[in-house]
Design a protein around this ligand. Sequence first.
Ligand SMILES: *Cc1c(COP(=O)(O)O)cnc(C)c1O
Length: 321
Amino acid sequence: MPSPTYHDVIDAAQRLEGIAHTTPVFTSRTLDALTGAQVFIKCENLQRAGSFKFRGAFNALSRFDDQQRKAGVVAFSSGNHAQGIALAAQLLGIPATIVMPTDAPAAKVAATREYGARVVLYDRFTEDREQIGRDLATEHGLTLIPPYDHPHILAGQGTAAKELLESTGPLDAMFVGLGGGGMLSGTALSTRALAPDCLLYGVEPEAGNDGQRSFRSGSIVHIDTPATIADGAQTQHLGDYTFPIIRDRVNDILTVTDAELVGAMKFFMQRMKLVVEPTGCLGLAALLNEGDRFKGQRVGIIVTGGNVDIQKYAALLSEAS
Ligand SMILES: *Cc1c(COP(=O)(O)O)cnc(C)c1O
């Protein structure tokens, strides 16, 4: 498939109309006072299934032909992509199979099953999930939908920034969490179309800075699974579709520590009454690191998701700062 353009984001937005939530954009006087900027928070933690992943998943599945719809979709993920695919498949009447590790949080396995998906468990230490996914795809004629490196996925993710910029008008800077780059590349398509001069930053956990290294070296860097609380950004490399778009349209990739993520998580909870998962805190944590560099400017942040285990959330919030 050819590399997607902003036209594909517009097409995705039409498919998502009336199905995905147009999530709210919140502001905080405290945050504006802290940064000197006017900050706009796009709340994808309030998206259906709890993260922006539903956008790309529904967009991709809505393009299946009759045969693909009948046979079904397969995805491998222990996180938000699984829930996004499972819900999108349920809404479209497509059978879904999700390959998850045996040690995935029970709540996530249960949520995926509640959306009607068949869950196939595998042992992370002895089995290869991509191989299992591919075997299921060939044996049963299922269509494999990857979590980020797919034109319809990244075009769907780009609809969040499109909505944000349509509601705020052009912004001076935008901060977006980065894993495999579906969200950032889709955001880049929307931002370059609607606010060409906006500075666009991807934000990664410091322990998994493959995206930053790829961006700065000009070719895709692979790393081992990084140890970070940002489980949605534990990806090992950018994708063949996502990397070139990021390389050509993003201004820089920044990193934040786990402690900074916890600080942002506490801010969201205490000051804005928003439940945000650690990965969803990447954008705010990076902005807070910039001090008053964006003083007097209009800054956008995409809060990417809110799916966090209650025990884990409580433990992180009660960490001393
Ligand atoms: C998947 C995910 C990300 C990273 O998105 P990519 O498209 O892989 O870059 C960030 N935040 C949350 C909450 C996610 O689920």
